[in-house]
Design a protein around this ligand. Structure first.
Ligand SMILES: Nc1ncnc2c1ncn2[C@@H]1O[C@H](COP(=O)(O)OP(=O)(O)OP(=O)(O)O)[C@@H](O)[C@H]1O
Ligand SMILES: CC(=O)N[C@H]1[C@@H]2OC[C@@H](O2)[C@@H](O)[C@@H]1O[C@H](C)C(=O)O
Length: 368
């Protein structure tokens, strides 16, 4: 019998929403994929809500309602494309928009905030909604992220082989699936967040398509060294990060002593920085990794893929597309799968990824 779940992801790159409708009966079959970009005003507001500002409570709720209307539009597209009726979808996994991520802030029990309005989404779609996937993990002493590694294991794992899965969204996260069956998952640092900001500022483009602008210059060694000195990068897992750390002020502070560099050289250096953050983590934890599957929008950045391959000569670096799932569908599928785990009240063994005290059921259900 079909096991239909929708997954909706709007991640830290703030580009928009990716949605899938998936059937998990006997494996994974993607029945439909749809994306919707944020309109510029919503994108600007979500970006602004990542830092403190005036009247935040009202603005956050207002932005969450707008986000969820876009979620509902994506769900309508998924149903139309697949010819599936809403009552046949068991649940929607709706990630929400992370605007603060401070899992160990202040008193030791921190928080992670995803703007969302699951009640409105249930109302607009007449489908059960699963949301708030991260807070139970934080309550159990975990980082609240990354959560996709368990899904990565099911889709990209190979019995008896060690495989790495690298997600390149706004932030990068790495899953190491080891030949002995153990796994490790953690964030590596920025993926596209800083590159997107820089190309937007200097060329008015949302992202550097295929990394072509970056590829036209040589990275600056001194700036790269400055960027790599960030102490967070040397922390051992479990660890996670976000725009709370890797943001405009962070970059401005490091560029201050390299003001003579051209914008294009800075872009090339930011791309190299992303590649190095990820590769240094691979080499630290699995120096002889034979296979690295790359997903998220960064897998579409040809220059970044070239640099990852050059820095990991012993590994086959490939797009998740070659491993059976297109890069922009992976996270959305992960949240459809996580919704299914919640509906079935399955505990996830979070300790090896988020550092939570033990296995927990993640998420909560808003009935249709
Ligand atoms: N053709 C392309 N060339 C270069 N970069 C691209 C291309 N297509 C997408 N990207 C990058 O991928 C980003 C979107 O990736 P994705 O949708 O995986 O991020 P996300 O889901 O928001 O992030 P996260 O994994 O942090 O939650 C864009 O902002 C852009 O930087
Ligand atoms: C707090 C938060 O939203 N974290 C995201 C973000 O985007 C990438 C990286 O940082 C990862 O830790 C996580 O998303 C993925 C989907 C995860 O939880 O596995």
């Amino acid at each position: 019998m079909a096991q239909l779940y929708a997954g909706l992801m709007s991640g830290t790159s703030l580009d928009g929403v990716d949605g899938v409708l998936a059937d998990f009966d006997g494996g994974l079959r993607v029945l439909a994929h749809a994306s919707a970009p944020f309109d510029p005003a919503l994108r600007a507001e979500l970006y602004a809500l990542n830092t403190r500002g005036d009247d935040e409570l009202h603005r956050a709720q207002f932005a969450a309602n707008a986000l969820v209307r876009l979620y509902a539009q994506v769900v309508r597209q998924l149903l139309e494309q697949s010819g599936v009726d809403a009552p046949d979808v068991r649940a929607i996994g709706a990630h929400g928009q992370t605007v603060r991520h401070r899992p160990q802030a202040f008193d030791g029990t921190g928080y992670t905030t995803q703007l969302n309005q699951p009640a409105l989404l249930a109302e607009l779609t007449s489908i059960d909604v699963v949301a708030d996937f991260r807070s139970r993990d934080v309550a159990a002493g975990g980082q609240g992220a990354p959560l996709a590694p368990f899904f990565h294991r099911g889709v990209f794992g190979r019995a008896g082989e060690t495989v790495g899965v690298l997600n390149l969204g706004g932030i990068a996260n790495l899953t190491l699936l080891r030949a002995d069956g153990s796994m490790l998952g953690f964030d590596c640092g920025p993926a596209n967040a800083l590159m997107d900001f820089w190309v937007q500022r200097h060329r008015g483009e949302a992202f550097d398509a295929n990394g072509a602008w970056a590829a036209g210059a040589t990275p600056d060694a001194a700036l790269l060294t400055t960027l790599l000195q960030e102490p967070w990068l040397a922390l051992p897992p479990p660890k996670s990060t976000g725009r709370d750390l890797f943001n405009e002020p962070w970059l401005a502070a490091r560029l201050a002593s390299h003001a003579q560099l051209s914008p294009q050289v800075v872009q090339a250096t930011l791309l190299e920085f992303t590649a190095r953050c990820c590769v240094d983590d691979v080499l630290r934890h699995e120096p002889r990794l034979p296979r690295l599957v790359v997903c998220g929008g960064g897998a579409l950045n040809a220059q970044l893929m070239r640099r990852l391959q050059a820095l990991l000569p012993g590994a086959k670096v490939l797009s998740s597309e070659e491993a059976g799932l297109p890069p922009l569908q992976v996270e959305a599928c992960a949240f459809a799968w996580l919704a299914m785990q919640c509906v079935e009240r399955r505990e996830l063994p979070l300790t090896s990824t988020t550092g939570a005290r033990g296995a927990r059921v993640l998420g909560a259900v808003w009935p249709r």
